[in-house]
Design a protein around this ligand. Structure first.
Ligand code: NDP
Length: 405
């Protein structure tokens, strides 16, 4: 039924491609285009090995997604309906430009970030709204897990449980163990930029800035563990407080182990996490890019990963019955299970499955609205139904306050 291009063949691209292969009545032809084409070829070989009955036709291509004319040429040759962008946030705008030029719908999982400034905000991509509307095209932003499923869980709270959400806490725990001294679960450069930046949360109409990892508390993650969790800024907060204006405070919490923080402190202390290029033997190299080359690739962690992730959204406010209430919506994902299914660790899996689901809902016309949109603007019910169907079971917990004021 539908032709799609996936851009990026890293940890997340691998999962998106394999879930498309499983959902072969929707995704009939898929081109995986990326910088290092051998990575795409490896994914296709694994699909043929592990999903031999899939009817999806796969092909691969090499492309530099920073280069709009190269993208335009590729899109014009393949003629996809939709592009799923799971390359890096730096490529969002060039891919959106190419979509506009060729009349292709767009989906991504992370907001645009300039290479030389660690700054997360939607303004650059929201500025494309009018052009997508005029072209009759849809761009769906942030359709991974966080952002993505967390926005959907918030929309689910608003639709089914609350007349007014006042306090929103998004909590993200990775209680897994990959056995390495130090590694990041997704692209190291993006991950480290996110964690070493100042924290920020929303309160009473203002953004409150914190030092990196300044605020913490122990949080119980149902079915998984109690873990020390830290407030950091995460991009979905920006769209959620706009789309749910009754919110008085919105925060994002993530777990980090002591060992992880110790390594990060040392790397930061000696300048290895800097994004400012230095001269090295006649080359300009950003230390963080060099660090990325030294660290294990996120997809290489998958094979021996054990443990689970638990990511969810706690809302507090006034329920549909007019009474105060607290409610939690979440998913628990097991690293070893996802490896068995798609040869990926849980962090790539929890991102790639929602990207495939968002793409399927767009292609089937279930979610359809021209312009540039965040996922919480759409009906959460079909998305949650698909999460339960495609490997991310959604659970709910009523009346227990996991995150304290
Ligand atoms: P990886 O680094 O594993 O993969 C990125 C892929 O993009 C690689 O195949 C890389 O190619 C390719 N790529 C990078 N630059 C270019 C370029 N200029 N042209 C073509 N291809 C390029 O990252 P992940 O798979 O872990 O993450 C993918 C995306 O998902 C990121 O944007 C990340 O921020 C986002 N993400 C979102 C989450 C969410 O919940 N919303 C959670 C986790 C990740 P090469 O192999 O040659 O380097």
């Amino acid at each position: 039924m539908s032709k799609v291009i996936i851009i990026g063949a890293g940890g997340v691209g691998n999962v998106v491609a394999k879930k498309c292969a499983q959902n072969d009545s929707v995704f009939t032809e898929v081109l995986i285009a990326t910088r290092t084409v051998s990575k795409a070829d490896k994914i296709v070989a694994e699909i043929h090995q592990h999903l031999p009955d899939s009817k999806t036709q796969f092909s691969t291509a090499s492309v530099d997604a920073d280069n709009v004319p190269a993208l335009v040429e590729l899109f014009n040759a393949f003629k996809p309906e939709l592009v799923i962008n799971v390359a890096l946030p730096y490529q969002d705008l060039t891919i959106m430009d190419a979509c506009l030029e060729t009349g292709v719908h767009y989906l991504d999982t992370a907001n645009y970030e300039p290479l030389d400034v660690a700054k997360f905000e939607y303004s650059w991509q929201w500025a494309y709204r009018q052009r997508f509307e005029e072209a009759g095209l849809m761009a769906l932003l942030g359709c991974g897990f966080d952002p993505g499923a967390t926005n959907i869980f918030t929309a689910h709270h608003a639709k089914h449980h609350f007349s007014e959400i006042h306090y929103l806490d998004i909590i993200d725990c990775n209680n897994g163990d990959h056995g390495k001294a130090f590694a990041t679960n997704f692209n190291p450069e993006i991950n480290i930029r996110e964690i070493t930046a100042n924290g920020r949360y929303y309160e009473n109409g203002e953004w409150i800035e914190t030092k990196p990892l300044e605020i913490s508390q122990d949080i119980y993650y149902p079915k998984v563990a109690t873990r020390k969790s830290f407030v950091l800024y995460h991009e979905e907060l920006e769209s959620l407080v706009l789309n749910f204006p009754t919110i008085k405070r919105a925060r994002f919490w993530m777990t980090f182990g002591e060992n992880y923080i110790k390594h990060l402190n040392v790397l930061e202390g000696i300048g290895m996490t800097s994004i400012v290029p230095i001269d090295f033997r006649g080359l300009k190299v950003a230390p963080i890019e060099f660090l990325k080359a030294v660290l294990p690739a996120p997809e290489s962690l998958a094979e021996n990963y054990t443990g689970q992730t638990c990511i969810g959204v706690q809302a507090k406010g006034i329920g549909k019955d007019g009474q105060e209430k607290v409610h939690f919506v979440y998913n628990v994902c097991d690293h070893a299970e996802t490896y068995k299914e798609v040869q990926a660790q849980g962090v790539s899996y929890t991102t790639g499955v929602p990207a495939m689901i968002g793409a399927a809902l767009m292609l089937q016309g279930v979610w359809k609205k021209v312009g540039v949109h965040n996922v919480e603007e759409f009906d959460p019910d079909p998305f949650i139904a698909e999460m339960n169907k495609w490997g991310l079971k959604v659970d709910e917990l009523a009346g227990i306050e996991l995150v304290k004021a």
